[in-house]
Design a protein around this ligand. Structure first.
Ligand code: IPT
Length: 266
């Protein structure tokens, strides 16, 4: 038996961790995993990937591509002959999904920094076209607004460490009056740390940083990163379990995310 995984770039830490875990849990259940990785020309190539998997007689497919609800619904409707489960959609979307709550971890980050006395927040979000990136950003902004605060700036990266590095340089150049920097994922936070070190901005003495993901590497950044932990292994386990049930229950599941405090905040 074989299940399919249609995934965004495996050069990124989170999707590659998910792919490894999907494979692990599928193998434990006696299934093989066929992986199809895409990143451009989204709609057409997702359908191409699904068709390719169908031609190999795959009938159950995990889709880890960031999709707005309308796109995800279209894909779901166009592929009623197989079962599709989505990992990167708005968890309230009607398609079958296992996703993280985009609000709890983001809210916890802002509240933790507010309790430490921070008031000047810079936001370095992920790509504008990613639904998870947008929901994380909205939740940071909403929590700040509720406290009567506005971020000093909002900048977008593309999830890579390089984009975090250049995003931090832009923020230092344009709006240097911040003491807290919320970052959309840990890879971008790695680049941020590098940029701040080069400019002799001490973390956490001058600037506190909180990332997002808690991938396997994040505890080994310097300083060890405070971040919102997503249990990607659990997400993969749930997804594989739901997909492989004999009579799949297609009720979506929402997973919690929580703040893990390390040394990049004070
Ligand atoms: C999401 C990660 O949080 C982010 O760092 C990036 O890797 C992105 O995936 C790639 O699409 S995790 C996803 C299951 C919401």
């Amino acid at each position: 038996f074989t299940i399919g995984l249609v995934t965004t770039s495996l050069a990124l830490h989170a999707p590659s961790q998910i792919a490894a875990s999907v494979k692990k849990y599928a193998h434990q259940a006696g299934y093989q995993v066929l992986i199809s990785m895409i990143d451009e020309d989204v709609n057409q190539s997702i359908q191409d990937s699904i068709n390719e998997l169908k031609s190999q007689r795959v009938e159950r497919v995990i889709i880890n591509i960031p999709l707005e609800s309308a796109e995800a619904e279209r894909i779901y409707e166009n592929n009623r002959d197989i079962l599709c489960l989505f990992l990167d959609v708005d968890p309230t979307s009607p398609v079958f999904n296992v996703c993280f709550n985009p609000a709890d971890g983001s809210r916890a980050s802002v509240e933790y920094l507010l309790d430490l006395g921070h008031r000047e927040f810079a936001l370095l979000a992920g790509p504008e076209e990613s639904v998870s990136s947008r929901l994380r950003l909205e939740s940071w902004q909403k929590t700040l607004t509720e406290k009567g605060l506005q971020p000093v700036t909002v900048v977008h990266g593309d999830w890579s460490a390089k984009s975090g590095y250049y995003g931090a340089l832009q923020i230092l150049r344009e709006t240097p009056q911040f003491t807290a920097l919320l970052v959309g994922n840990d890879q971008m936070a790695l680049g941020v740390i590098s940029a701040l070190h080069q400019h002799n901005v001490a973390i956490p003495q001058q600037v506190s940083i909180i990332g997002y993901d808690d991938t396997y590497d994040s505890a080994f950044f310097h300083p060890a990163l405070t971040t919102v932990s997503l249990d990607l292994d659990l997400q993969s386990k749930e997804a594989v379990g739901l997909l492989l049930a004999t009579e799949p229950d297609t009720t979506s599941r929402i997973l919690p995310a929580q703040l893990v405090v390390r040394n990049s905040t004070r």
